[in-house]
Write a protein that binds this ligand. Structure first.
Ligand code: ADP
Ligand code: MG
Length: 604
């Protein structure tokens, strides 16, 4: 047998390594931004085209590279940041593996331009799939520009695996936010397809947070400051009444590096115990400084997990610091004259906000009826009463039978309505049916009804809209505005009408008929959170998430009393649905109990 082992050629090894470092355009953004920071830049520009699929460029004014270093920087394990293993325990830079540029150059076309301070000429290097295709002197400003084009051009499977532009952009925005929040003193700008997404000037942390998340954020922030022997904690948490229904803005930075840590997150949440209701999440921007040697950063390059020496103590300090700060904020009002006085009563305000989405069923509203309102082309329209009876196989509602009988009992004479539905515990609707009894969960059933209505509206793009008497202005942060622009058409297809979409404000002039004005903000916020959190895989699933999100927000809640008419409407509509038995999230909407089963209980 001949020997069969051989060393992989460099470009193959690099491609394999690249798979680890570069999952998607946002990974390149992270690596390039971090290199610029490590190079001591105080002004960094990010330019992307087509969600980073055609171009990702980072331009910095850092120290630049010599000609030799510029060439070397693309070699694997080439780094200026550590020299020996011990350095790993005293890291002060973002990078240290010397893998990023080599990996990126293996799977893209890269143009590097760099010049050191005081030098007349800089260096230009062009690399395509690990092969240097050009190297020459060039005039370029001090600092470095790395342009990464046609990512994954030589790995079609990877390229095809990339998600839609809106999804990839969202990943990039997330990465950009993490890096810029970690370094408020550095100026950053961000352009996508030539339009400016962010322009962040060097500032303090509070100003940086506000610049990213919008003017309104300022009044929400409670400062956190604590210095102990093992950790220094600074940053902000949002006042309890501004907590979100989804894990949205939660940022931990350790030694200026964004991290995720479920344990510490729990410490923060527990500091909010009793201040926010169960299914709400606090917003926070927390910065921990610990001695570099007390953390183990030697982890996978793209992972954000981190290990601490003494997590338990850290947990306790974090929790008590935040509790303390929240307590202080509650007793001593912040000196801020522009403050909205409603923030003085966090508890009241909070509970009000939670209760807002109360929906009253409009008994005259019927999407299947053509009337004075704009009609909807309904794929479900064919499904008439007969259809629901057949869906209801074996479950013929009693009242249909009863109608032909002479009802002589005075017990029934009061219920003139031919419906025999009862609501129990403001939660279930109970109806007697031929074969026994049906129990319907009002909340889940209504979710199903609304879900199908919204899906239908979205697909036929012809929804009913009610004009607002006074257009409503709502503020959002820039990236949310970006997202709103992306889904604007879909929002319009379910009945929203926008007067304007500005930089940090939207002006709504029309809303879907089945929502009320007071619900608009919470519904749009919830929707954006849901889309961000579910990171839809396709534009179809984005529509699906929208329909689900709205259905969930708007469905009649458990605990809502329904009158007979509303109950009847709910039952009728449910059984007109395509799939009445499941909520949009796959939960059972109704159960039936057969007469046999009831009989059995008496036959003992
Ligand atoms: P690492 O950051 O882990 O050292 P990289 O592959 O990202 O590895 O970069 C390799 C080297 O190239 C860095 O150590 C640094 O010396 C140099 N380098 C990369 N980007 C820049 C930049 N923007 N400015 C100056 N030097 C840079
Ligand atoms: Mg690096």
């Amino acid at each position: 047998m001949p020997d069969i082992i051989q060393l992989l050629p460099d470009h193959v090894a690099n491609q394999i390594a690249a798979g680890e470092v570069v999952q998607r355009p946002s990974s390149v953004v992270k690596e390039l931004l971090e290199n610029a920071i490590d190079a001591g830049a105080d002004n960094i520009k990010l330019i992307i085209k087509e969600a980073g699929k055609t171009l990702i460029q980072v331009i910095d004014n850092g120290i630049g590279m010599s000609q030799t270093d510029a060439r070397l920087s693309f070699e694997r394990h080439a780094t200026s940041k550590i020299k020996k293993a011990e350095d790993l325990f005293n890291l002060h830079t973002k990078g240290f593996r010397g893998e990023a540029l080599a990996s990126i150059a293996a799977i893209a076309h890269v143009d590097l331009k760099t010049k050191q301070e005081g030098k007349e000429l800089g260096t230009l290097i062009k690399i395509e799939g690990s092969t240097v295709v050009a190297q020459e002197n060039t005039t370029t400003p001090k600092g470095t520009s790395v342009a990464v084009k046609n990512l994954f051009y030589n790995i079609p499977a990877r390229r095809n695996f990339l998600k839609s532009n809106s999804i990839e952009t969202r990943h990039i925005v997330n990465e950009f936010q993490r890096v810029t929040l970690a370094h408020p003193n550095i100026s950053f700008s961000f352009y996508h397809n030539d339009s400016e997404i962010y322009n962040l000037i060097s500032s303090n942390l509070r100003q940086r947070i506000v610049a990213i998340f919008g003017k309104k954020t300022n009044e929400k922030l409670v400062p956190i400051n604590e210095k102990t022997e093992i950790v220094e904690i600074t940053g902000f948490v949002a006042k309890p009444e501004f907590s979100k229904k989804k894990r949205g803005e939660q940022f931990f930075f350790v030694n200026d590096r964004f991290i995720k840590n479920a344990y510490l997150n729990h410490a923060v949440s527990s500091a909010f115990d009793g201040l926010i209701s169960n299914n709400f999440y606090p917003t926070y921007f927390l910065y921990l400084k610990v001695p570099a040697k007390s953390i183990d950063i030697n982890i996978h390059p793209t992972k954000t997990e981190i290990k601490f020496d003494d997590e338990k103590t850290l947990y306790a300090i974090l929790r008590s610091t935040i509790k303390h700060s929240l307590g202080q904020y509650n007793v001593t009002p912040v000196l801020d004259f522009n403050r909205n006085s409603s923030f003085d009563t966090p508890y009241q305000y909070k509970s009000k906000k939670v209760d807002t989405p109360k929906v009253t069923v409009n008994p005259d509203f019927n999407p299947f009826k053509t009337g004075e309102q704009k009609s909807v082309k309904s794929p479900f329209k064919k499904e008439t009463k007969e259809k629901w009876e057949s869906l209801y196989t074996g479950l013929t509602i009693e009242n249909i039978e009863v109608e032909s009988e002479t009802v002589n009992s005075s017990l029934f004479s009061e219920t003139k309505s031919n419906s025999k539905t009862y609501q129990i515990h403001n939660k279930y609707l109970v109806s007697s049916i031929k074969s026994g009894i049906v129990y319907i969960n009002q909340n889940l059933a209504h979710q199903r009804i609304l879900y199908e209505e919204f899906l239908e509206n979205i697909t036929v793009k012809e929804a009913m809209s009610q004009q607002l008497l006074f257009p409503l202005e709502i503020s959002f942060n820039k990236s949310d505005i970006h997202l709103i622009k992306e889904i604007k058409e879909d929002l319009e297809s379910i009945g929203f009408l926008f007067d304007k979409i500005l930089d940090d404000t939207i002006v709504v002039k029309g809303i879907p008929v089945n929502i009320t004005e007071s619900q608009i903000t919470i519904i749009i916020e919830q929707l954006l959170e849901d889309i961000k959190n579910d990171v839809p895989e396709t534009s179809f699933s984005q529509l699906d998430i929208m329909a689900k999100s709205l259905a969930k927000s708007l469905a009649i809640k458990t605990g809502t009393k329904l009158d007979l008419k509303e109950q009847e409407e709910l039952v009728n509509k449910l059984f007109l649905c395509k799939q009445p038995d499941l909520s949009p999230f796959g939960k059972t909407t109704f159960v039936t109990i057969n007469l046999d089963e009831i009989d059995k209980k008496f036959n003992n």
